[in-house]
Design a protein. Structure first.
Length: 275
């Protein structure tokens, strides 16, 4: 039987919710485009059994729900997948993903978002992106730096250190090269709305499909960042109309030379505006 893995299309804001806090499930689903029910880092070891039970007993819309499981090969992963089989959820985020082949072998019936958050996972991002059931890649800054023996992914001014920026770019390029969605990492400084918004705007400009977040207050700002301004929408509409009327492949529009890549960017602007 051939398993069909649908493309990842859940909107720009993905909100993490601890799986052991079922009282938060519905509220998270109301606020975000998709909810990531987290069985991994957000749940203490002694609470994981209760989290799996809550996952089965408090169901959300499976079309807008992702379950983050513990790393492949761990005892917790085996228990996570056993619990998953009792639910309608079919989109899984694999923590600390490091092998595309292992993902296919362990989760062949699931659409997988591979979280590349270790040095090995980032180095193998392109191999992971080629796995047939992987529909998207996400990267994680803090686990990555910890795997390198470091202490912080950001400098004192709040920007990413060079190694984090390289990992971000490497995961984005791997996802894009193989037609998979790319999800940007969480922004941990919850009160810093300006920093969150600016980083999300950069994610949009670079080509990320979505950004994960850890607090409901961040959702509206992510949506605002991913939604093109009215002026950009109107420009894209006018540009594409002019392209339809142009006689040559390359033409001038409002003093700017226009060719294929510029037209593709305009199409992507309108696609984001309609999502």
């Amino acid at each position: 039987m051939t398993v069909i893995y649908p493309p990842f299309e859940m909107g720009p804001s993905l909100l993490f919710c601890p799986a052991d806090r079922p009282e938060r499930y519905a509220k998270a689903a109301e606020r975000a485009d998709a909810v990531i029910l987290d069985l991994e880092d957000a749940v203490a070891p002694e609470a994981k059994a209760a989290a799996r039970q809550a996952l089965q007993e408090n169901l959300l819309d499976p079309e807008r729900t992702i379950v983050r499981v513990n790393p492949l090969g761990t005892p917790e992963f085996a228990l996570d997948t056993e619990a998953l089989r009792a639910t309608p959820y079919r989109t899984v985020m694999v923590a600390k993903a490091e092998s595309g082949q292992a993902i296919v072998a362990a989760l062949t019936d699931y659409s997988v978002l591979a979280l590349c958050e270790t040095a090995l996972g980032v180095v193998r991002a392109a191999e992971i992106a080629q796995a047939r059931n992987v529909v998207g890649l996400m990267w994680g800054a803090e686990d990555l730096v910890a795997s390198l023996g470091g202490s912080s992914s950001r400098t004192d001014d709040g920007g990413y250190r060079a190694v984090a920026l390289q990992a971000r770019s490497q995961v984005l390029l791997a996802a894009g090269a193989f037609g998979k969605a790319a999800i940007d990492a969480v922004y941990l400084n919850i009160p810093d709305i300006d920093g969150l918004y600016q980083e999300a705007q950069d994610a949009v400009a670079c080509g990320f499909s979505a950004t994960a977040c850890i607090h409901p207050s961040q959702v509206e700002h992510l949506r605002r960042a991913y939604l093109p301004p009215r002026a950009d929408i109107e420009y894209a509409q006018a540009l594409l109309m002019a392209a339809d009327e142009a006689e040559n492949g390359v033409f001038s529009f409002q003093g700017r030379m226009i060719d294929g890549p510029v037209l593709k960017q305009a199409e992507q602007t309108l696609r984001r505006a309609s999502s």
